[in-house]
Write a protein that binds this ligand. Structure first.
Ligand SMILES: [Zn+2]
Length: 136
């Protein structure tokens, strides 16, 4: 079994804010991400698939094809968007990287044919990232 990772980038805005809480509680929980006038991040996305190299190509998946899937299913939907208002799937969901990475899995997974999705890694800053392996 070989693991192949494709990296992509996108920019997005969000606000982490629980309407049931006071401003102070939100700032305590979410810090700068609670800023009422939004803010952005330069996200880095790592999509890892696993499989056996196919005998004719030696590829687990053609990395160019994987890139096309990620661009169509993820980047076009999130890049330069405000996650709180522009992404219907995130409506009524706190747009944390935890929730976004699970959504990205649901968008990509149905489009892989000869390999399996193994991990989605999403970095929000150089010091914070999440990894999702498709577990509930
Ligand atoms: Zn943020």
């Amino acid at each position: 079994m070989v693991y192949l990772t494709r990296r992509e980038n996108f920019n997005g805005a969000h606000r982490l804010f629980n309407a049931a809480w006071s401003e102070e509680q939100n700032v305590a929980a979410f810090g700068k991400c609670a800023n009422k006038n939004w803010h952005g991040h330069n996200f880095e996305l790592f999509v890892t698939v696993k499989g056996k190299p196919e005998s004719n190509t030696g590829f687990v998946i053609n990395a160019h094809d994987l890139s096309k899937i990620v661009k169509k299913e993820v980047i076009e939907k999130l890049d330069h968007k405000n996650f709180n208002v522009d992404v219907p799937e995130l409506k009524n969901t706190m747009p944390t990287i935890e929730n976004v990475v699970m959504l990205i899995w649901r968008w990509i997974e149905p489009h892989l044919k000869d390999c399996q999705l193994h991990c989605i890694k999403l970095t929000e800053t150089e010091n914070i990232y999440v990894e999702y392996y498709g577990e509930p």
